[in-house]
Design a protein around this ligand. Structure first.
Ligand code: MD3
Ligand code: FE
Length: 226
């Protein structure tokens, strides 16, 4: 089931095969140990985010709201984004274009521009992890102006996902993101408010847990061009 939820916003349900999901988790586990790996960033007021973060390609510091060459804690340069991740991102945007074409006369690039990612932000939510409604607008002015999309992969436990035109959770639309889902936000949907109010316990594919020993929770990879 693939859906255009609004112009520039496409949900590709169960797009990533179980085998690919397992490979992605194993790659993240290999890259996530040692220096520069997962940590819990803080906000300016000292509170910690309710999720664990690791970056590939470049670094993202939520505290300073800045992209950087190095990790804020240990000053390490993050690993490159693996080729297979970028290929999957490219394929997902192409398939989203095919879907948009079915209902749109004109250039799909205007609705959903293509992009090649500079950074992959990996978020890990334990079962009580969450992320409040926010906008992503720390990328370059050109990137935001063009509406270059954010592409997100959900793996592991399902989660509720909210999005809308305002910060108000009561006015937001809700979808459930399951393991293997790809969500694309570009064009006029690039600046929507979005967040993850809750992770749904015991919803990860059993084979994924058995093959990777991923601990209970949800892994989310977002790809952006800065
Ligand atoms: C819509 N991550 O990393 S992914 C984030 O599930 C973030 O970890 C959430 O919000 C997560 O900033 C949501 C889907 C997503 C990501 C980025 C977007 C939706 C977006 C940027 C603009 C609009
Ligand atoms: Fe975001």
């Amino acid at each position: 089931i693939q859906k255009v939820l609004r112009p520039g916003m496409v949900l590709l349900k169960r797009y990533i095969s179980l085998c690919e999901q397992i490979n992605i988790v194993k790659t993240c586990q290999t890259l996530g140990v040692g220096p520069g790996g997962f940590y819990r960033p803080g906000y300016k007021d000292g509170a910690k985010l309710r999720l664990h973060v690791m970056c590939l390609g470049l670094n993202w510091d939520p505290q300073k709201r800045k992209y950087d060459k190095r990790h804020p804690i240990d000053d390490c340069e993050p690993p490159n984004i693996p080729c297979e991740f970028c290929l999957l991102v490219r394929r997902a945007i192409q398939d989203a274009h095919c879907l948009i074409k079915q209902n749109y006369i004109g250039n799909v690039e205007d609705v959903l521009p293509s992009m090649s990612p500079d950074i992959c932000i990996i978020n890990f939510y334990t079962t009580n992890g969450r992320l409040g409604l926010h906008q992503d607008r720390d990328e370059s002015r050109e990137s935001l102006h063009k509406g270059l999309p954010v592409v997100s992969f959900s793996i592991g436990n399902s989660a509720e996902f909210l999005y809308g035109n305002q910060r108000d959770e009561d006015k937001a639309e809700k979808v459930v993101l399951d393991s293997g889902d790809v969500l694309i936000f570009g064009g006029e949907s690039r600046m929507v408010f979005h967040g993850v109010p809750s992770v749904i316990p015991n919803t990860a594919p059993r084979a994924l847990l058995a093959e990777t020993r991923l601990r209970p929770g949800r892994l989310n990879l977002t790809f952006r061009q800065l």
